[in-house]
Design a protein around this ligand. Sequence first.
Ligand SMILES: C[S@@+](CC[C@H](N)C(=O)[O-])C[C@H]1O[C@@H](n2cnc3c(N)ncnc32)[C@H](O)[C@@H]1O
Length: 309
Amino acid sequence: MTTLVTGGAGPGYRSVPPRDWWRTEGSFFLLSEGHRAAREAERAVDFLDRVVGLSPGEKVLDLACGWGRLALPLARRGCLVLGVDVSHVVRLGGEAAIREGLPVGFLRADLRHWPLRGSFDLVLLWAMSFGYLSEEEDLALLASAAGVLRPGGQLVLDLHHPPWYRRYAVGERVELVPGGVLHDEGRWNEREHRFEVLSTLASGEGKVRARQFHSFREYLPGEVAILARKVGLRIIATYADLRPDPRLPGPEDSSYQVVLSPRARRPGVPGPRRGPIPTLPSPRSESSPGPSFPRRSRRQAGRPRSRAP
Ligand SMILES: C[S@@+](CC[C@H](N)C(=O)[O-])C[C@H]1O[C@@H](n2cnc3c(N)ncnc32)[C@H](O)[C@@H]1O
């Protein structure tokens, strides 16, 4: 089978990264990572349960949810989940939800243009789903994610740890995956602080099945703290590589997770926004309405979240 999923990458990728490369990331991620999805997602959901506490009826917004790798197991644990992603793979999540009768809705939309609404206990930007866009768009996305958290709600970012990527992921890497070989050619873009990779998935016979260019703005923990402050969030805890004890990532940690919550406003103190925050452009009709969001359970209202350190 030859499936070509391309963000426009090709021989010219060295000089001209394709615009909006992330539009095809959902299907490439499914092809290249699908085989380990279930195991890794359970580990991620266990981590979330430990550090933010998941309980039935929890209202969760999974931004850039892909095919529901996390949204589905979260719903199996009783959370009421809405997943949003620009990729057509959201359809797979919707089909699984219907098959299993799970309380999860999926919506296909570009997060840059989809006006986030509602009030959620937990908002996720998981598996490096924050950092694809321009810095301005990333900040606008963070501001809108912050805007849909209920007081005391939590936003969790799962991010690459830039020093690890600079040290270990630059150059060529080859991995055997079911049905073929995944070849990555990574480089560090110092000017823009982006890690860029050209990934090629080939069959055992060497036939190219898919090619994807990636470009991640790699935020350091200190930069996340600055962005958080700008959008009225505070950091509750930082974790390294999904380990349960809160701590900053070290040089050998490839990922880190940040739990954020809205800053409480004190009477008479001006709001948290210090500088201009770019707003997301007005919505365009890229989205197709998915199943509606599951009803809010009665036990949800006003319940304090308690388990964050
Ligand atoms: C690495 S995948 C992670 C998916 C999911 N969070 C997970 O952990 O399985 C990144 C996802 O971000 C989505 N994405 C990237 N840019 C987006 C945008 N502007 N709007 C909506 N989804 C976007 C891609 O389609 C892709 O499914």
